[in-house]
Design a protein around this ligand. Structure first.
Ligand code: MN
Length: 725
């Protein structure tokens, strides 16, 4: 790539902005002089003088026909980061706009995406915020990244991979979302070259080998289309060209085929003067060649989220091959190549606030406010960056856009959170569909609601938009808090009752206030929630907040006449405890422990605890499906308390050949391991096998293994397994 001079940059600007003010061009020349002076003798990794880089970045931006402040920023973009120049210098010399942009690019450059996911999410967030401030910052950064990708060969291999991955993960999707396909495709091809060099070079070799053949083919098809158009008095220009490598690669991956089997590596494009001509041309093409079913897309009537407009169709060519054709106006082509930048031309200052891209950025920011967890944010941004869109209609005929795979719930939440929260289903094109229905482009939707409907956790699996996700999460969290507060209050009230006290009165005492402060609870409700979630025992609260003389007058629970609902809950929980101290939990004393019936852990199993509303902690084995379903925030570390041995019931199933006396034989071996049997049953199968179920009492995994191996040692036994549920 050839270095460029400031004269060439100025000429490029004048070519699309002939009335550029002399002042503006002076700023560009001034910026160039300034940058050259401060970069001094610095060099790039390639060994070239440093200035080669900012000038080429500026040149890339002239191809997008950006305004003068953006071009000046490109020239200056590394000065604050890499030289002694300060932002004040920039502002004094080039004004606040350029200084603001340079500041934005500098800050963005400090973001690296290499470490943990959490950090990446945080960085992504910063990037979006930078974008919201002024999209030009991102455009300069994208151009900067493009030039760096073009010169990536000069870096060490591990760095190449790192930067290429980051480009593929972050920068190419953003270029795509902003509709700048010229940047996106080149970035992706560079990424492929460094991330999968074997594939890239194989493709490059194949493409160059078949070049002559391909050119001949393109020539034939373009002439053919051109002649057809002429027959109908349409004056269109036809272009045929090879798709970019990355999209060929993706296509091969998707269809699991080799390059040689891929016929549609060439895309044809017909450019016309207006929309009417586009539809006419489509008619001509479809009348001449058979269209492939389901391949026609009308992005003119319904533009993509990034403002892309075009007609897409695939037809069967004269030799039976598939030909992909895009039909659009010259203006649309401009938008397709330059995206958001195409709307920039000659508009000094801000982008049109109503532009859908700007709306998108603002929307992301708004949702971000609801999402405290950076990973949730990353997830939502990723959804919005990568989703293919579907377009559906409201009953009034308004078009709404959704990511691929979206459901009526997404639609409902897009209308209003209340509509979403009460959504029971939808009518699609007049027919009732369930919540899990996947929206299709062209559907007309009417949401069905019910006042008794409420969101639940399963809904999170159904929705695709970040808005719906964050609203459902918010609802669930609030509901859980409400329930935990109520339950916590009841639990404490019951505990206080044993001392003849009431929360309402106790709440006003200094002891209570003190306790809140000591435990850093902001309100009594916070305390109730804590108790409700089982993180704090009511007895602990009572001991801390009741007067000593009151504490001395405890009424024993046995004296209570009618057990309340809560009491029953506690009783049933207590009954399930086999040895109160079987489990130790960090920092929490004397807590209610239950064992998951699903996995029935015994000492020696790897376990994990989950806070259960009002029931203390439920212990599951680490790989129990139910445990995996729990939210991480409820998870607590638990350990078997080795100093307090317990007996646990566990069931085993023995498959054996059916012979007389086997039950007695097996029972004897189990007893021989010093293990009690609490239940046993046997049944036989048609193929003369026997299935024995034993419930035994073991002290832990060691004893259980002993039993299992004793049984397995028997000749007639085929298989022994521990029953989990
Ligand atoms: Mn740079």
């Amino acid at each position: 790539m050839k270095a460029v001079t400031i004269d060439e940059i100025c000429n490029a600007v004048l070519s699309y902005y002939p009335e550029a003010p002399a002042d503006g061009l002076r700023i560009l020349r001034g910026a160039d002089e300034f940058a050259e002076r401060v970069h001094g003798s610095q060099r790039r990794h390639s060994g070239e003088p440093y200035m080669v880089h900012p000038r080429l970045v500026a040149m890339i931006l002239t191809e997008l026909r950006l305004d003068i402040p953006s071009i000046a920023t490109a020239i200056l973009h590394d000065t604050v980061e890499d030289t002694h120049a300060t932002l004040e210098d920039i502002e004094n010399n080039f004004g606040p706009t350029v200084a603001g942009l340079v500041d934005g690019v500098t800050k963005l450059s400090k973001i690296t995406f290499k470490t943990s996911e959490e950090k990446q999410a945080e960085n992504f967030r910063k990037m979006i915020i930078a974008m919201a401030k002024d999209i030009r910052v991102i455009l300069v950064k994208l151009a900067d990244r493009l030039h760096n990708m073009r010169t990536l060969e000069h870096l060490l291999p591990y760095k190449q991979k790192l930067i290429a991955q980051e480009t593929l993960d972050i920068y190419a999707p953003i270029a795509n979302r902003l509709g700048i396909s010229s940047l996106k495709t080149e970035l992706e091809d560079h990424c492929l070259r460094y991330l999968h060099p074997d594939i890239y070079y194989k493709l490059a070799a194949k493409v160059s080998k078949s070049r002559r053949e391909r050119e001949k083919y393109i020539e034939e098809v373009t002439t053919m289309i051109q002649e057809k158009l002429k027959e109908y008095d349409l004056n269109g220009s036809v272009i045929g060209r090879s798709k970019h490598f990355y999209s060929i690669y993706k296509k091969m991956e998707r269809r699991k085929i080799e390059y040689d089997q891929l016929h549609d590596v060439i895309a044809f494009r017909i450019l016309l003067d207006n929309i009417t001509e586009c539809y006419k041309a489509l008619g001509v093409i479809h009348a001449t060649y058979k269209p492939v079913q389901g391949r026609f897309k009308d992005y003119i009537a319904i533009p993509k989220a990034n403002q892309y407009q075009s007609l897409h169709t695939t037809v069967i060519g004269p030799q039976g091959e598939r030909i992909e054709i895009q039909i659009r106006t010259h203006d649309m082509n401009d938008v397709a190549e330059h995206g958001i930048a195409a709307h920039w031309i000659y508009k000094e200052g801000k982008l049109d606030g109503n532009s859908r891209d700007v709306q998108w950025v603002n929307r992301l920011l708004e949702w971000h406010k609801d999402l405290k967890d950076p990973n949730e944010f990353l997830e939502t941004v990723k959804i919005d960056l990568f989703a293919e869109d579907v377009y559906v209609f409201t009953p009034k005929g308004d078009v709404m856009e959704f990511p691929h795979g979206a459901t009526p719930l997404d639609f409902a939440y897009a209308i209003h959170s209340d509509v979403g929260n009460h959504c029971v289903g939808a009518k699609v094109n007049g027919k009732i569909v369930p919540l899990k229905y996947r929206l299709k482009s062209g559907d007309t939707l009417e949401i069905l609601t019910s006042p008794t409907q409420t969101p639940n956790k399963d809904w999170l699996k159904l929705v695709k938009t970040s808005k719906a996700k964050s609203r459902i999460r918010a609802y669930i969290k609030t509901q859980e808090r409400v329930r935990a507060t109520q339950l916590g209050r009841e639990i404490i009230e019951k505990e206080f009752k044993a001392y003849g006290q009431k929360i309402a009165a106790v709440q006003k005492t200094p002891l209570f206030e003190e306790f809140l402060k000591k435990r850093a609870f902001k309100t009594p409700e916070d305390l109730f929630i804590y108790v409700g979630y089982g993180r704090l025992q009511p007895a602990v609260v009572a001991l801390a907040v009741l007067q000593p003389d009151v504490l001395a007058k405890k009424v024993e629970p046995g004296e209570e006449k009618e057990p309340s609902f809560l009491n029953k809950v506690f009783e049933s929980a207590r009954n399930k405890i086999e040895g109160r101290n079987a489990i130790t939990v960090d920092n929490i004393d004397n807590i209610l422990i239950r064992f998951g019936r699903c996995c029935n852990p015994i000492p020696g199993d790897n376990i994990v605890g989950f806070v259960t509303r009002g029931r203390g902690i439920t212990v599951h084995t680490v790989n129990c499906q139910k445990a995996l379903d729990f939210e991480n925030e409820r998870r607590v570390d638990v350990r078997w308390n080795l100093r307090s041995p317990v007996k646990r019931h566990v069931r085993i199933k023995v498959l054996s050949h059916d012979m007389p006396g086997i039950l007695a034989d097996m029972s004897q071996s189990i007893a021989g391991c010093a293990v009690n049997i609490s239940k046993a049953d046997i049944r036989t199968t048609k193929d003369r096998k026997a299935i024995c179920n034993f419930e035994i009492e073991v002290s832990g995994l060691d004893q259980l293994s002993k039993v299992i191996s004793a049984l397995e040692a028997k000749k007639f036994v085929i298989n022994v397994e521990r029953v989990r549920a």
